[in-house]
Unconditional design. Structure first.
Length: 224
């Protein structure tokens, strides 16, 4: 886990660049068990910036146990509570952690469908605000990456402290090129790929929504 003494640099990236957090704004940290030291450090840095931190730490195993017996009405009631809280927030940081990346993989199909449908208003509310997603270094993540826990933590720390503002500016010419391109060809040893990009937006992955950058979002989050 990232030590609190090292959090200032990634906190600057997350709070100042990704979320553009302002004094007086309310920020909700939604994390999974294992990220508590990181959340403690982020809470302190949030207060130092004059903003108001709130938090919820969810245990994926308890969440699974709750979902196994929940019915449609119960799920909808829970979402009403979460939605009311979300409407009062200015920004969200989802922190993915946990010791099993597939804790909900065997959830009942019908229950998971009800859960996903019930979450739709909440997802839309979060996406209408400032939000970002952070991957916390865990042993499960290190194992999935084929790395030692220490090496995986160091890699994530380095990526989280990149100069994303400079990276974003450097990506502008590529965005402009992609916006006027309607066909892409990739050729190399053993590779010859061609596809159309017509009608597809060119979206920069420049650390605004995910740290490290990637494809996850609140729409894919295992938390609320």
């Amino acid at each position: 886990m990232i030590a609190s003494s090292r959090i200032e640099a990634p906190a600057h990236t997350i709070l100042d660049y990704s979320l553009e957090l302002k004094p007086g704004e309310k920020l909700l940290f939604e994390g999974e068990t294992g990220c508590e030291p990181l959340v403690r450090a982020l809470i302190a840095v949030t207060y130092a910036r004059g903003a108001l931190p709130f938090f919820e730490i969810m245990d994926p195993r308890l969440h699974r146990a709750w979902l196994l017996g929940a019915d449609k009405e119960q799920l909808e009631q829970a979402m009403k509570w979460f939605l009311t809280r979300a409407q009062d927030m200015d920004a969200f940081l989802c922190i993915q952690a946990g010791d099993n990346l597939f804790e909900l993989a065997d959830g009942p199909g019908e229950t998971m469908q009800h859960w996903n449908r019930a979450r739709t208003p909440l997802r839309e509310e979060k996406l209408s605000k400032k939000w970002s997603l952070l991957r916390h270094p865990t042993s499960a993540g290190a194992q999935a990456a084929g790395m030692s826990t220490e090496a995986f933590e160091e890699l994530l720390f380095e990526v989280c402290t990149m100069d994303y503002a400079s990276l974003s500016s450097a990506m502008d010419p590529l965005v402009a090129l992609m916006e006027k391109t309607d066909r892409v060809e990739i050729k190399g040893p053993g590779t010859e790929l061609s596809f159309s990009t017509r009608g597809l937006p060119a979206i920069k992955r420049d650390g605004k929504l995910n740290i490290p950058t990637g494809r996850s979002s609140p729409l894919r989050s295992r938390t609320q």
